[in-house]
Design a protein around this ligand. Structure first.
Ligand code: NIG
Ligand code: FE
Length: 415
């Protein structure tokens, strides 16, 4: 089921591997955080990367790593190869459609978090099988575009039974499941936000934690206050969940600093940041422990017409930036990580190398995963072959399906 596969003829291989690892393999990639190797080869075995290096060294590399001939040899004829995309932020357990809301927005209406309630009603009304089928279809759609690791949140149930169902179904599709009971206050709790937070921190968390790895909250005017958000995140952490936060999407606020304060793995959106927010995000990486990743979701700005987040300001300050799709029916109904790369490069002043890194290694850091997002020996064999000679084509040819082939866990998943 995991045939040893040697991929030859890689024109340009993004490994995201540290210099020292590449130096050990006889590859020189000094000063390049994306560990770019030209005229490269890659050996996959047992669902992991077994060897990587220059193609001219591959006979020796394969002998050393495998000690026998590979089961398969695939030539990719000079195409570019990147690690599978790591989409660290999606909301794929939902039913219904909000294209009319999008259309109205494009005609001048502004985005409001209250639209979430429309999807809540549709999601509550859907059967398990319908939600499961839609989730599967969206995860497959993402995979066909090169996403091999995907985080999936609940957040469109907003009752104990509906949120439990959301994370239970999400866990059938991915290991990266997030409990987002605190997405907005549901209609049935109108004017009683604190009572709803009690429910989220109590019975709802208890029902959802067994299916989840993460807790998340939408800390924003119109959703939850910083105090309410802190309660939810601390309760989740006490239940053993990792912390991630939605914040500073629609305006400035305290969410980013709260996330850093609580040692969140990531704070997502980061569209409206103060100098203090930027400094706090950068400083979170100063110590030994992992800091808080600023995950930018440009699909949201694309479809809400807010200004794009200032990636340059974050990167120049030394913060760690990831890119994710935020795929959801309201603010960003796209599962395309190549589109996020294109938007980051065209609209957010990120270099191609920074954007590709943020969509792979950055997403892995945002999920605190060291087995994905890079292609050094030992990494998961999650590999995307682009139908293009360089990764720059991800931004250079926006909107074009550029994924030629995908391996997930060393198994050909799409071609
Ligand atoms: O990440 N920001 C909050 N939640 C989603 C939007 C959900 C919706 O509009 O349905 C987001 O953008
Ligand atoms: Fe979101």
């Amino acid at each position: 089921s995991h045939p040893a596969t040697l991929i030859l003829g890689i024109g340009e291989l993004t490994t995201n591997a540290p210099e020292a690892v590449l130096a050990d393999l006889g590859v020189d990639a000094v000063g390049d955080p994306t560990g770019l190797v030209r005229d490269a080869a890659l050996l996959l075995d047992g669902g992991r990367v077994a060897w990587v290096g220059a193609e001219r060294d591959c006979a020796e590399g394969v002998e050393r790593a495998l000690g026998r001939a590979p089961d398969r040899v695939v030539g990719v004829e000079g195409r570019a190869v990147v690690p599978g995309f790591v989409d660290s932020h999606t909301h794929l357990v939902f039913a219904g459609d909000r294209s009319a809301e999008f259309e109205a927005r494009m005609a001048g209406r502004s985005y409001a978090a209250g639209g979430i309630r429309t999807t809540v009603a549709a999601t509550r009304a859907a059967s398990d099988d319908e939600l499961r089928a839609r989730l599967r279809r969206h995860v497959d759609e993402a995979l066909a575009q090169g996403t091999t690791t995907i985080e999936v949140k609940g957040g469109y149930g907003l009752s104990v039974a509906d949120e439990e169902r959301a994370v239970r179904l999400a866990a059938e599709a991915t290991d990266e499941v997030t409990f987002l009971g605190a997405h907005v206050v549901p209609v049935d709790f109108d004017g009683r936000a604190d009572d709803y937070v009690d429910l989220v921190c109590g019975e709802m968390l208890a029902a959802c934690a067994p299916h989840s790895r993460w807790v998340d909250v939408f800390c924003e005017t119109g959703a939850f206050t910083p105090e309410q958000s802190r309660r939810v995140l601390e309760a989740g952490a006490a239940a053993g969940l990792g912390v991630r936060v939605h914040a500073n999407q629609l305006g400035p606020g305290e969410g980013v600093r709260l996330a850093v304060d609580l040692g969140a793995a990531a704070v997502d959106h980061c569209t409206y940041l103060s100098d203090d927010d930027v400094a706090a995000l950068a400083e979170s990486w100063a110590g030994e422990a992992q800091g808080t990743v600023a995950t930018l979701l440009p699909g949201v700005e694309f479809s809400t017409r807010h200004p794009y987040p200032d990636a340059r300001r974050l990167l120049d300050a030394g913060a760690v930036v990831a890119l994710a799709s935020d795929c959801n029916p309201g603010s960003s109904y796209t599962s395309s990580m190549p589109l996020m790369v294109a938007l980051a490069v065209r609209e957010m002043s990120m270099t191609v190398a920074e954007a590709v890194w943020a969509a792979t290694a950055g997403g892995a850091l945002a999920l605190r995963r060291d087995d994905v997002g890079h292609l050094a020996p030992g990494a998961r064999a999650d590999v995307v072959v682009l139908g293009a000679p360089s990764r720059a084509h991800l931004a250079y040819r926006p909107g074009v399906p550029l994924v030629h082939a995908v391996w997930k866990d060393g198994v050909a998943a799409h071609s």
